[in-house]
Design a protein around this ligand. Structure first.
Ligand SMILES: [Zn+2]
Length: 494
């Protein structure tokens, strides 16, 4: 082969994609002044003694155990009576439970602002998504989230830079799977989103953001089938994954196109919505389909079989839908305290409206849809489907980073899952989807020491999952209360 032939052959080779930073970067050699104040347990050899262990696999809790942490890894889980090798710092965890860190799969970094909102629920036309770069990472970590997917970004460079800052020890926060900007078609209600023009642009957009460091993708409500197909092809060419909050494309269509994951349980499948046109979002945005699709019905069985056959995971985001249930659980005081005064006002205005309009046709219909969704999520899991968990901190402002992740687990228990099943959905299932189940998502020797320590026993009383004391990330313990204190009155502003 001549030199000229070699050059010509090389030109035909498609350049291999740049390698993005991994979701689980190795822990930084030291923490900067922005992180140090939140460290309550320095890394090293640590023995957490007399703890209850809920290991994330769905197994029954182990009582009175010792967890040995050696540097960034879990070294052993042993009975409290077993000898502890010399050199370990002993921390008595009597009365506490250790769980794997939460793997949050719908964890935005922004807040939803409604300009000039009043008590009647009216606000001016623009719905803005201000970035919560300061408060969100702290709130996630404080509440036990050690790995999270951003699941749609409006400030992608900020999210990519935050990940880099966290990974290098400059900022405090969880491991991040950064999602590229929403892949949206024409007709978006959000002025911060780009509207794709065609399939070629969908592919080019994926390629661009993958090169910038995005490790996941999300299709949005107005994307067309052709655009989604092109996006999926490019995402998979790069060995990454793509999820969707869909409307214009139905769940069966998306499954057939090869999507990896669907957001919002079964709430946004439009396949039976009246007036649904191909490639266009329906007026009902999925509610009519969900009302029709009672768990165990032939339609439900067919859909669930299709999703499982195509290996499509489903993300449950119950906290954001709970906001439309009249007289739903009020925000706990600690969560109210992190809101700005304006965000608190707006949340209470919108919460009051739902309470007031509880008997309206719309909310009565929604109540049927909500109930069906809970049943379908259970049916999906029972049939072998991979259910993931995330809060989706949007809606009326009542879903807050971290607190919302805990609420999601509580709502899964209300839906009928056992506590340890719900915890597995929010930990090991997320890790499995990300392909990181050998590193995170459950408590076992050799796995990363990404753990949450809570007071009480969530296996018996799931609300105990809110009582976080310490969150370990790669073997370093972070002080939950201190992190929350540091953002008091800030969520909604920055
Ligand atoms: Zn979302």
């Amino acid at each position: 082969m001549t030199r000229r032939m070699l050059v010509a052959a090389a030109a035909l080779v498609i350049p291999s994609p740049l390698a993005a930073a991994p979701i689980l970067a190795p822990p930084p050699p030291h923490f900067g002044p922005g992180v140090q104040p939140f460290v309550s347990v320095a890394p090293g050899q640590i023995a957490l003694t007399h703890v209850r262990v809920i290991d994330g696999t769905g197994a029954v809790p182990v009582e009175d155990a010792t967890i040995l942490i050696d540097g960034p890894k879990i070294a052993a889980v042993q009975p409290a009576a077993a000898a502890i090798a010399p050199g370990y710092r002993v921390i008595d965890g009597s009365g506490e439970t250790v769980l794997p860190g939460i793997v949050g799969m719908h964890n935005h970094m922004f807040y939803v602002a409604r300009p000039n909102l009043d008590a009647s629920g009216h606000s001016e036309d623009l719905r803005l998504l201000p970035q919560m770069t300061f408060s969100a990472p702290r709130l996630y970590l404080a509440n036990g989230v050690t790995t999270m997917r951003t699941t749609g970004s409006v400030e992608p460079y900020a999210d990519i830079n935050v990940k880099a800052a966290i990974d290098s020890g400059k900022m405090v926060g969880p491991h991040m799977d950064v999602t590229a900007p929403y892949l949206e078609g024409p007709g978006s209600p959000f002025i911060q989103m780009h509207e794709l023009r065609d399939a070629a642009e969908a592919r080019a957009t994926v390629a661009f953001w993958a090169d910038q460091g995005a490790t996941s993708f999300k299709a949005y409500m107005h994307i067309t089938r052709a655009e989604l197909k092109a996006a999926i092809d490019e995402v998979h060419r790069r060995h990454l994954k793509i999820t969707g909050h869909l409307c214009s494309v139905t769940y069966p269509e998306a499954a057939a196109l090869g999507i990896d994951n669907l957001e919002h349980g079964f709430f946004v499948n439009t396949q039976f919505d009246p007036g649904k046109q191909p490639d266009a979002c329906s007026e009902g945005t999925g509610t009519p389909t969900l009302v029709k699709m009672t768990p165990g019905s032939p339609e439900a069985n067919a859909l669930i079989k299709l999703l499982i056959d195509h290996h499509v995971a489903v993300t449950s985001t119950l906290p954001v839908f709970e906001q439309l249930v009249p007289m739903h659980a009020p925000l706990q005081p600690r969560a109210m305290a992190v809101l700005t005064p304006q965000a608190r006002n707006d949340y209470l205005y919108l919460r009051n409206l739902v309470a007031e309009r509880g008997s309206s046709e719309r909310l009565k219909t929604f109540a049927v849809a909500y109930k069906n969704d809970l049943g379908l999520e259970r049916q999906f899991v029972a049939a072998g489907g991979l259910l993931l968990a995330g809060p989706d901190p949007t809606g009326n402002g009542g879903v807050i980073p971290g607190f919302g992740d805990q609420r999601e687990i509580e709502l899964l228990v209300e839906a009928g899952f056992t506590s340890v099943e719900a915890i597995r959905i929010a930990t090991l299932n997320g890790a499995t989807y990300l392909g990181l189940q050998d590193r995170i998502g459950s408590i076992a020797p050799g796995k990363d020491a990404d753990l949450m320590v809570v007071k009480g026993n969530p296996a018996e009383k799931i609300a105990d999952i809110e009582n976080v004391v310490t969150v370990f990330k790669d073997g370093t313990g972070f002080d939950s209360a201190k992190l929350i204190d540091s953002v008091k009155g800030r969520y909604g502003e920055y």
